[in-house]
Design a protein. Sequence first.
Length: 240
Amino acid sequence: MQQDKFKQISNDLMIFKKNVFLANEFDHNPIAKSHKQFNQDQIAFFIQQWALVANRYITNLVQIEKTISNDGWEIVVTMIQEIIADELGRHTQGATHYEVLTQGLNETLSVDFSHLTPSKTTETLFKKMDHILSKQTPYIIGTLYAIEAKAIDELLMFKQLMLSLSKNNLSKTMQIFLDGHINEWEITHLENLNNSIYKYLIPEDYDKFRSGFEDILLALNAWWININQETLRSQETTTA
Ligand SMILES: [Fe+2]
């Protein structure tokens, strides 16, 4: 596929993301809208579920790498291997990003991560992800593209939420996690994909690529809406 043609496709997908995936904007995110009424248990519930989803991205990357490497996609495969190495602690003294994240969240909001179980909403998302990752390579590449396209916006939104929940008092570890991703580790991912996907994606596979992109964003958007409902309901259970 020509790089120009890919650019055009990419522009359409970014418009879809902006219109449909509102969860990445602080002013539209359901949790951001409700968080001021959460009690400590509700904050902990939401944060634990968010951490489970963040951790699931790593498992997904391992799965994506396995599937697409059977079909070539060498540059993208190498890029995923580098992201996995980052996640496993290449720039963080051997601590995985998940360990840095949970330590930072524990220090900032006193949330405990020792016994995490996916809630009904998170379980539904994980089932959708299993289904998505069982599809063919062009579709899965669309998913990967969506995840990287939304990564920095999601972290900026999450940072704003953390600042509000902690009354502007993020721990040092939390700052390292957020600023490391926002300013250093994540910044080249989307650009690298923009410079490589077009080399492998054939026009016949564009529809699959687009569906993968759309389906994962719709699944994540539904997660944000439903996790907010679940968090609000968890108060009713506690106070009943
Ligand atoms: Fe990370």
